[in-house]
Design a protein around this ligand. Structure first.
Ligand SMILES: Nc1ncnc2c1ncn2[C@@H]1O[C@H](COP(=O)(O)OP(=O)(O)OP(=O)(O)O)[C@@H](O)[C@H]1O
Length: 291
């Protein structure tokens, strides 16, 4: 499968934070969701992919090309949505669009106007007078109007009302039919349930898993049982163990093995993405200890 984005052993060192050894492939024509808690490194990773910050080490190829030689070519084919895109805030929607459009040889004015109407963006309002959600919509309308092959969205739904969030997901889902590739970061796992083909979960600067969504949902399960069933062997397979009134509750990445478990008191349930993210978040503090 052709990869639109290829990261190999990418690191980024800040004083108090490190993005560690990130290797990632985003297959052409797919939607990848990037999820992780606050401060996990999602925006840092996205900035590396956009060449807005230089990795400390490792290599990045977009459309099979490196930024050193092909920055302009690459950037023209990316639609980037985030909440501080460096637009001139004193310009109106219409003027800012006129400044941006010539940068893209494949700018599609008709498409921009149809998104502007759909998003109810007032042409003559200054950007600084738009709400956060409206600014995000403007950024989105720009990103979707120059026939970008790769669309990168950093928390595009933050600041958007639930109705528009849903509409946005439908738009993203729809444009995939036209062979585009999408990476978007979010805190809302239900959005990934709806549209993502692949999920990458990062925590503390490291990829914990990156795989096809269906594969992930098959790999993980939520395990519940009474305290007396919690053998040391069982603990080895549990992630984010939690004490409950009944006994324990945890995640496992060995769902298959638990399907055949002999202990009739242990319950095995399908895990949702929200479960997976929740239990991994608990991992550092509670792994293997409920006593
Ligand atoms: N320019 C910078 N200089 C120093 N540290 C930085 C810089 N940018 C980000 N960081 C740190 O890197 C860590 C990861 O930040 P990042 O914004 O990538 O996380 P995130 O996963 O996007 O978080 P959130 O979900 O809260 O937006 C944080 O601890 C942040 O303080």
């Amino acid at each position: 499968m052709e990869s639109i984005v290829e990261l190999r052993n990418v690191t980024k060192h800040y004083r108090d934070f490190q993005l560690r050894n990130i290797s990632l492939d985003i297959p052409k024509g797919s939607i990848m969701g990037l999820v992780g808690p606050n401060g996990a490194g999602k925006t840092t990773l996205i900035k590396c992919i956009m060449n807005l910050t230089l990795p400390t080490s490792g290599s990045i190829k977009i459309f099979g090309k490196g930024y050193k030689q092909y920055e302009k070519d690459i950037k023209k084919k990316i639609g980037f949505v985030y909440d501080n895109p460096g637009f001139y805030q004193d310009q109106t929607v219409k003027n800012m669009k006129n400044i941006i459009a010539p940068f893209y040889p494949s700018w599609n004015e008709q498409e921009f106007q149809s998104y502007r109407n759909l998003f109810e963006l007032p042409a003559n309002k200054q950007l600084q007078k738009l709400s956060r959600g409206m600014k995000m919509k403007f950024s989105l309308a720009v990103a979707l109007s120059h026939n970008a092959e790769f669309i990168l969205l950093d928390e595009p739904t933050s600041g958007l009302d639930p109705l528009f969030r849903r509409e946005l997901l439908e738009i993203l889902d729809g444009i995939i039919d036209r062979e585009k590739t999408i990476l978007f970061s979010t805190h809302i796992t239900s959005e990934l349930d709806q549209i993502a083909d692949f999920i990458t979960y990062i925590n503390q600067g490291e990829i914990i898993f990156s795989d096809a969504k269906d594969e992930i949902l098959n790999t993980y399960a939520v395990i519940k049982g009474p305290k007396q069933s919690l053998s040391s062997e069982l603990r080895e397979h549990l992630i984010g163990n939690r004490k409950t009134n009944y006994g324990f509750k945890a995640l496992t990445n060995k769902a298959d093995e638990f399907k055949n478990i002999q202990d009739s008191q242990i319950m095995v349930e399908s895990a949702t993405l929200e479960d997976i993210v929740f239990y991994y978040g608990k991992r550092g503090v509670e792994h293997g200890s409920i006593d």
